[in-house]
Design a protein around this ligand. Sequence first.
Ligand code: NAD
Ligand code: TYD
Length: 351
Amino acid sequence: MNNILVTGGCGFIGANFIRYVFEETDFSGRIINVDKLTYAGNPESLADLAEKFGDRYVLVREDIVDRGAMGRAMDDHAVDAIAHFAAESHVDRSIVSPDDFVQTNIIGTFVLLQLARERADRIGLFHHVSTDEVFGSLGETGLFMEDTPYQPNSPYSASKASSDHLARAYHHTYGLPVTMSNCSNNYGPYQFPEKLIPLMILNALEGKPLPVYGDGKNVRDWLYVTDHCAAIWTIMQQGQKGRTYNVGGRNEMQNIRVVEVICDLLDELAGPLAGKASRRALITYVKDRPGHDRRYAIDCTRIEQELGWTPAESFETGIRKTIQWYLDNPVWIDHVRSGTYQSWIDSHYGG
Ligand code: NAD
Ligand code: TYD
């Protein structure tokens, strides 16, 4: 791999992945980051790397659905591997407005697979990044295995399931060198504050209500984002083509417990809120999400045993680092929330 096309590299996981590859591995080639820069894409997350790594890092502002632009990006930069992160990623948005999810997640993935197939002589790897949500919802017991039948419940997970099927089919039918990962919920630096953990951190910091859906007992398996990036890199290096790997943190927690931990850590790290003994007083139960999946939990034995990957962070260590990062980065938060970075994008890329 000399020239890796990373899609969605200005998003939460993509930005962490590019950072991980440049700073934590011996990769000496170039990364071409293709990103449409939607509300969730923020080039500021990589501004220091862009400076430090010069022409080893290129940002191309394009839509993955645009076949001509994607073909040019692959050819102009002699791309020989693809790590595909770009997606609409928020379940609540997919419930309100599913159109972009179908376009980007399904059609966009199809476009990239097709273009990679047309360049089979050069492109030796297509890694498709996906989610455990494609498997549906678990009861009190059980874990998602790689061969668990797909049963996606939200427009988001249905669109990701479709893209997974296309990626798998392109390997099976055309021999495209595809690897795939299905990962549990990520948290860590640079996550857009619409997802549970950053939303709760910022609201709790400012003394705003902490909206917990339903009874707060839905369970997610939390993985620190750098562990996910390490897993993807490991699969890209050693994974068997045509194979899927489940990635998880063995950190199952009820949402209410996650929120309580955030409240307690913020009380410790940022000091108590005026007039409140504990930030837990901000917890507010609100109407449940329609079709809300009850429990996700991953069995990641395959990647552990076959590729030797294990998560480095526990929830206790990862959430402390994450909260500290949000406390240390008020400018990033301010720009993301105020949309200031959008004017930066417009001035650099012409709106
Ligand atoms: P994100 O929403 O933070 O970032 C998505 C990025 O994709 C943004 O930079 C956005 O500008 C870009 N993008 C969106 N539409 C595009 C398009 N049409 N063309 C080009 N770029 C486009 O998402 P994330 O949380 O970083 O997730 C990345 C990937 O990981 C997704 O495929 C998601 O399904 C998967 N995933 C996420 C999680 C999680 O917990 N966040 C867990 C498992 C898997
Ligand atoms: P989220 O971060 O949106 O990830 P996903 O839906 O992909 O798992 O939500 C994580 C869990 O937190 C999910 O069970 C929904 C719940 N949640 C809340 O209770 N309140 C909120 O404000 C948000 C955004 C999520």
